[in-house]
Design a protein around this ligand. Structure first.
Ligand code: SF4
Length: 107
């Protein structure tokens, strides 16, 4: 499952979340304030986790299906967060492009 919410965001209103890394937590840092807890497995580079990332098409398809079921007017923003640092997914540009083009269709 790569989507969650919409959830209230203190910065952006109602936020629909997209997880582009999937559990377990994947990050290059171990911030003390991280809501995901301690980083048990440090990631040293995006290339090192390529094989453990969810398929890009699966993420995009789930986002599309979920947004179809929701009232798009109830979503203020789509955020990329979830179970780690989203920029570790080197396909994030493709995911953004696909979601942006599909969301535009729903509006
Ligand atoms: S996910 Fe964000 S907050 Fe958590 S350790 Fe990584 S960079 Fe820090």
């Amino acid at each position: 499952m790569y989507t969650y919410g919409p959830v209230p965001s203190w910065r952006y209103g109602r936020s629909f979340g997209v997880d582009v890394t999937s559990p377990p937590k994947k990050c290059t840092y171990n911030c003390v304030y991280c809501q995901l807890g301690f980083t048990k497995e440090h990631v040293t580079s995006p290339e090192s986790i390529i094989d453990s990332l969810p398929p890009t098409n699966d993420i995009v398809n789930e986002v599309s299906l979920t947004i179809e079921r929701l009232d798009i007017e109830t979503i203020d923003v789509i955020t990329f967060s979830g179970t780690g640092e989203p920029t570790l997914n080197l396909d994030i540009d493709k995911i953004l492009f696909e979601i942006k083009s599909r969301v535009a269709v729903f509006q």
